[in-house]
Write a protein that binds this ligand. Structure first.
Ligand code: KG4
Ligand code: ZN
Length: 340
């Protein structure tokens, strides 16, 4: 078998990442330069600041990725890049860098959808079998996606308002936690109890769609009301109650999706896939109701934004001959219907 080496770029938000992936399933390097420290004092990602950091870091990150993988440009088979969805200024840095490398070294250029990348992170855990169901939960997305074959995506559930990670970050802010708050809320949740019984929006509806804005408002109102009357609430219980509501809805909708779409694998993807409460609840739900469905949750380093997952998705796109030319542009609102 010839050795396929893809140099993959990811710069859609606040991580500058470059990876070298062998044959779609082996990580030779996966350099992730995060900018979180620069955004924390603003309580969220500032697009202009993000673009500037990507420009400053990208060249060094490419060099590190090649060095760690022990390969040079002449060894590469192709170059891949996230071209959407994401922040336009951030995406453009990765797209421009990838186009430049592809042009300078006469390599094919593979355009990759960031959300498809999140799902393909599971490929580093084990081979994917189809059809599969993916629960994609990140800072910008909350989706249930059915894949009947490699490279095909059908969205069967979507958020009507906030994404799950966004809700974590917003209530974390109310608790005075630095951005992004998901990991810390998860930690606190394990120290508390669900004493507040926040609403589980749309849990009973037939729809597979999600809504988290009502939960977020209930949380904020509870905290503000307590502040006004000078009552101290247990922060760990608040975190536990919020997490219980999010996890209940995510698990409930996923079970409903599994009942309607028989699959052999459930992939959990995106930054919120790192959530311990979610992992535990999904594992318990599968064991109880869908024992034949295998749960695939990538390691934490691969659930957040990284270029390795883009390389894994690019391997599939390359096999399908889905290539871009020098006219490739960033598409900030790219959806799954436009994976190719
Ligand atoms: O996929 P990702 O790295 O970036 C996007 O594409 O959005 O996801 C980032 C999101 C943030 O909202 C962060 O708070 C959340 O993932 N997150 C978590 C956990 N770790 C990260 N949310 C809940 N529990 C966690 N352990
Ligand atoms: Zn992401």
């Amino acid at each position: 078998m010839t050795r396929e080496l893809i140099l993959a770029f990811e710069s859609s938000c606040d991580e500058t990442s470059v990876a070298v992936i062998e044959n779609g399933d082996t990580i030779l390097s996966n350099i992730i330069a995060t900018q979180i420290n620069s955004h924390q004092r603003f309580g969220g990602v500032v697009p202009e600041v993000a673009s500037r950091h990507h420009v400053e870091q990208i060249t060094e990150v490419i060099d590190l990725a090649l060095k760690e993988a022990g390969v040079g440009y002449a060894d590469l088979t192709a170059v891949a890049v996230t071209y959407g969805p994401g922040l336009v200024g951030s995406l453009l840095i990765g797209v421009t860098a990838a186009k430049t490398v592809a042009f300078a070294h006469d390599l094919p250029l593979i355009p990759v959808n960031h959300m498809a990348g999140h799902i393909y992170a599971a490929r580093f855990v084990q081979p994917l079998t189809y059809p599969l169901l993916a629960l994609v939960v990140s800072g910008g997305h909350t989706e249930l996606v059915v894949m009947t074959a490699p490279g095909t995506f059908e969205i069967i559930g979507d958020t009507r308002d906030d994404a799950a990670g966004e809700a974590y970050d917003k209530i974390g802010r109310v608790l005075g936690l630095p951005y992004p708050a998901g990991k810390e809320v998860d930690r606190m949740a394990h120290l508390g109890q669900d004493t507040f019984h926040f609403p589980r929006a749309m849990a009973d509806s037939e729809s597979l769609d999600f809504s988290f804005s009502g939960l977020k408002s209930a949380f904020i109102n509870t905290v503000h009301h307590a502040d006004q009357i000078g009552e101290a609430l247990d922060r760990n219980d608040l975190a536990a109650s919020f997490q219980a509501a999010v996890v209940d809805v995510l698990v409930h909708k996923t079970e409903r999706a599994l009942a309607a779409h028989p699959v052999s694998q459930l992939v959990v993807a995106g930054g919120v896939a790192a959530n311990r409460g979610l992992r535990e609840a999904l594992a318990a739900a599968l064991a109880a109701r869908f024992p034949n469905v295998t749960l695939i949750v990538p390691p934490v380093r691969l659930t957040g934004d990284n270029a390795a997952m883009i390389g894994a998705a690019a391997h599939v796109e390359l096999a399908h001959g889905h290539l871009a030319d020098a006219s490739l542009n960033a598409v900030p609102g790219l959806d799954f219907a436009h994976v190719n």
